[in-house]
Design a protein around this ligand. Sequence first.
Ligand code: UD1
Ligand code: CA
Length: 429
Amino acid sequence: MSDDIKAVILAAGKGTRMKSETTPKVLHKIMGKTLLGYVLDNVKNITSNQYVIVGHMAEDVEKFVDENYAKARTVIQSPQLGTGHAVSMVCPELDEYDGLVLILCGDTPLIKEKTLKDFVKFHKAQKSDLTVMSTIFENPSNYGRIVREKDDSLKCIVEEKDATAEQKQIKEVNAGIYCFDWKKFRASFGELKSNNSQGEYYLTDIIAWGKSRKLKVNAYVLENSDEIYGINSRQHLAMATKMMNLRNLERYMENGVTIVDPANTWISEDTQIGQDTIIYPATYIEGKNKIGKNCQIGPCAHLRGDVEIADNIKIGNFVEVKKSKINSNTNVGHLSYIGDSELGERVNIGAGTITANYNAITGKKSKTQIKDDVKIGSNTVLVAPVKVNEGANVGAGSVITKEVPAWALAITRSPLKVLADWVGKKKKS
Ligand code: UD1
Ligand code: CA
């Protein structure tokens, strides 16, 4: 057998319990990243290819995979007859393949790369033919139960809907993650039966299939059960988001970041934050971002992804930043929108400044460039594409529609009229 490992990710199901008409389950998001994106990111470094099984709203899932994951391929499953049927769709693709296959579900985003590595390592060390990941849940409902033999070895998996009252008491559940020798199990996919309560071809039945052929099957019990939390409903999505967030905040705090109120701060997994930065409450940071050292973010700041912030930067209350780069010692203190922009060093952005990046007629977005030492007065609109050069000042209340030269003052303002005693006269008359 070769050393190769290929991943198969199940993502074709309808996700009925999500009750969504517009979005397939695996494209629902946790802090700006899709459920499937988390799974793909965690397997892409430990497998040579990833096959994503798509079916329900396949075009959307295909588009997502093609645009974001070069080594991943999608395989259609239509109709969707169950998890075992889903895996069988890769049989033609892996005709000659002789290596390991790692199966995951697209609706289990909390699994970590390190855990998957340990799982494969365990599989190899045990010289197993198949290993399934399990964990203990105090409330195991919805999950398949791990049934063990008298000697504690693995017997089979029963789905909740097919379980006897006694089996329902079992707290060890199937995580839906498997590692097996493809050549030894390939034939099982032609032999699965759908004589169960859901009339589906269950992937879980390959355990019993393997056992009946004297193959070595094993379970790997994962201690941190949070990681295999599967999302089937909006309630699960909210719960998983909370779990993911707490895990991220722990990591930031361990690395020397102050999170003033962890119960009220949201930061995505793909955000890097430097030491001694302080994140104030009600801040929401989604997508991929890099924040430097000694910054102050929030309260009530929103970073929407692709944001790169250097050191000693202040992003104050009610400031939204998207797809922008901000260099060191710059302040965006209050009530501003910075999108598709590049800000230099020591820039000050006055309260209520907007980078108008979106042209509603063409639907195009354009860039704003603000060079070092620029001071933008309060309530300015910078109509992109636009550039303000080094050291220039912009007067409060201006609408900037063309390039401002270095060290100039740009100001658009109707002349101030003062009508003496205007109010007084009105009152008298
Ligand atoms: C499945 C397992 C269960 C396990 C749980 C872990 C089976 C029969 N059951 O149950 O033992 O505890 O996951 O989360 O395997 N899918 C397809 N095609 C299909 C059906 C499903 O691609 O025809 C995909 C779904 O999109 C989903 C994954 O497979 O990503 C799991 O399907 P789901 O219906 O959520 O299974 P569970 O009932 O959660
Ligand atoms: Ca599920």
